[in-house]
Design a protein around this ligand. Structure first.
Ligand code: SF4
Length: 298
């Protein structure tokens, strides 16, 4: 599949965070491109409409192409080091290793900038095996900053993955990527989000086997819980209705699933979190929480 790839200069690259990410303890977000060529059926980003620097054509044509911020690394060099304790989440609006990144190559220069002017925390949120291309740069950046890859795995059922996120890598390849990153000495958290129809205990056990430390999860966002702002796209709700999976949009079922996962983690003596507190675990050092949010750590 071919995507439209454009480049445009951005006015800024680090955005002060509010809401979920602020509650999770981050100070800034970094989004290397506008629009994400993974185009997941549930992606909440296009439901934000024109907020967060997206243009109307982005949310109307979600997944069809992307616009890379051509001056991202230059802006980042200037923004890093302005004020202490920058805790950066990359990225809440697109996957930094989306398919178009293979040609766009925004991340190598961004990681070089992070290596030169280390922030306190740099979290790379992705589900893209393409991240392995940049292992040496991740290692270099991790020497000066607390760098962690938060790698998304959404289910343990490959047929479910294909229905909801057909342009994402198969699950087996995602677990292989986690293993390869860890073998290269990169800190990795399995982020089970959004939780698609799955066997919760089996998915949790796999995450515990494949990683060290905390595991993070989050259910599909629903209006019954979060009345405003970003939410699950209608395309995913349509899939749930078609396949008889509506309980995965039901807050009661979602809470029960999180509880079952928490039980598996507890038995294994591992930490498990969801919501802002769960994402807050991504920026911690080995000695314990430096991020403020605790609510949702089970
Ligand atoms: S990878 Fe993330 S940002 Fe990209 S379409 Fe999927 S959910 Fe949205």
């Amino acid at each position: 599949m071919r995507w439209r790839i454009d480049r445009a200069e951005a006015r800024s690259i680090l955005s002060p965070v509010t809401g979920f990410l602020r509650e999770a303890g981050f100070t800034h977000s970094l989004t290397p491109a506008r629009n994400c060529t993974f185009g997941c059926s549930y992606c909440y980003v296009p439901t934000m409409r024109v907020q967060a620097g997206l243009k109307p054509e982005d949310w109307r044509h979600w997944g069809e192409g992307t616009t890379f911020k051509s001056n991202a690394a230059e802006l980042l060099r200037r923004a890093l080091g302005r004020g202490p304790g920058q805790r950066i989440y990359c990225s809440p609006l697109t996957d930094p290793y989306q398919p178009a990144e293979e040609e766009g190559r925004a991340m190598p220069a961004i990681l070089e900038a992070v290596a030169e002017r280390a922030p306190a925390v740099f979290v790379v949120q992705t589900r893209g095996p393409l991240i392995l291309r940049d292992v040496e740069l991740l290692q270099k950046a991790a020497r000066g900053t607390r760098l962690r890859v938060s790698f998304s795995v959404t289910t343990d059922r490959e047929e479910v993955r294909r229905i909801f996120e057909p342009h994402c890598a198969p699950l087996a390849q995602r677990w292989e990527t986690i293993r390869a990153l860890r073998a290269a000495g990169i800190a990795v958290t399995a982020t089970l989000a959004p939780l698609l129809p799955c066997d919760p205990e089996r998915l949790m056990r796999r995450a515990l086997e494949e990683t060290e430390g905390a595991v993070v999860a989050d259910p599909l966002h629903v209006r019954a819980v979060k009345q405003r702002g970003a939410t699950t796209r209608e395309a995913a709700a349509g899939i749930c209705a078609h396949y008889g999976w509506m309980e995965w949009l039901d807050p009661e079922h979602q809470g029960a699933v999180l509880g079952r996962m928490a039980e598996v983690a507890r038995e294994a003596g591992r930490e498990f979190g969801h919501g802002p507190a769960g994402f807050g675990l991504l920026g911690r050092d080995e000695r314990g929480g430096n991020f403020p949010a605790r609510r949702g750590v089970l």
